[in-house]
Design a protein around this ligand. Structure first.
Ligand SMILES: Nc1ncnc2c1ncn2[C@@H]1O[C@H](COP(=O)(O)OP(=O)(O)O)[C@@H](O)[C@H]1O
Ligand SMILES: [Mg+2]
Length: 204
């Protein structure tokens, strides 16, 4: 194997940088029966690749290569600022612009019924002032208003926890951007989000 730089390693996947490409490789779980584990990895890889391919046709996201590999996804490396690390250091104005654009980006995905599933600033890269969404590992399609509400609620929680200084202002800008794509739909999604928050079921 060529020497590759490891970018990240999480519970589910290891990310390698191979030249200008990223290889996202799913980690086998030794506590599972190997045959079952293979099947689960194959299924999840296929699902993530499919949803990432769709997303990349709608918004900025790394378009995965078509591949027969069943346990890894190969995609372009997005060289930019990971928002989790950089957002707090931008000017207030830039932070607000980013959140407005993020709102538009997520509304475009939701319009096509794509739910990201893990909306945190660790899964957003800013390149040339444009927003790129990565990590559709928990993504799925055919979102109801409820699913969209949960998606946004997770982002709100992430802002509150990690970028707490101006999180309310930032989330307002996000809502403004989101609303600009489909105003009536947006209101329904926000209503659902509020109901979810009242129930408190998704708090952790
Ligand atoms: N296409 C990409 N371009 C640049 N960096 C990436 C890319 N894909 C993943 N990464 C980096 O690897 C990290 C983990 O990848 P991610 O797909 O989010 O997997 P995980 O499920 O482990 O969170 C990201 O937070 C990012 O820093
Ligand atoms: Mg991630």
């Amino acid at each position: 194997m060529k020497k590759m730089k490891q970018l990240s390693s999480g519970a589910e996947a290891i990310i390698y940088l191979d030249g200008k490409k990223v290889i996202k490789s799913r980690i086998p779980k030794t506590y599972r029966i190997p045959e079952l584990d293979k099947r689960i990895i194959r299924q999840r890889t296929k699902s993530e690749r499919k949803i990432l391919t769709k997303a990349s046709q709608i918004i900025n996201a790394p378009k995965p290569e078509e591949s027969k590999d069943e346990d890894k996804i190969i995609m372009p490396y997005i060289e930019g600022d990971k928002l989790s690390q950089k957002l707090d250091f931008y000017s207030q104005k830039k932070q607000e612009q980013i959140m407005f654009n993020l709102g538009k980006t997520i509304a475009k995905l939701h319009k096509q019924h794509i739910i990201h599933g893990d909306l945190t600033t660790s899964n957003i890269i800013l390149k040339d002032n444009k927003i790129f969404m990565i990590d559709f590992g928990l993504g799925f399609q055919n979102g109801k208003h409820e699913d969209k509400g949960v998606d946004i609620h997770l982002l709100k929680q992430a802002l509150e926890a990690k970028h707490f200084k101006h999180w309310e202002l930032l989330f307002k800008q996000f809502e403004k951007g989101y609303r600009s794509i489909q105003p009536l739909e947006a209101e329904k999604v926000f209503e659902k989000m509020k109901a979810i928050e009242k129930r408190g079921r998704y708090r952790h």
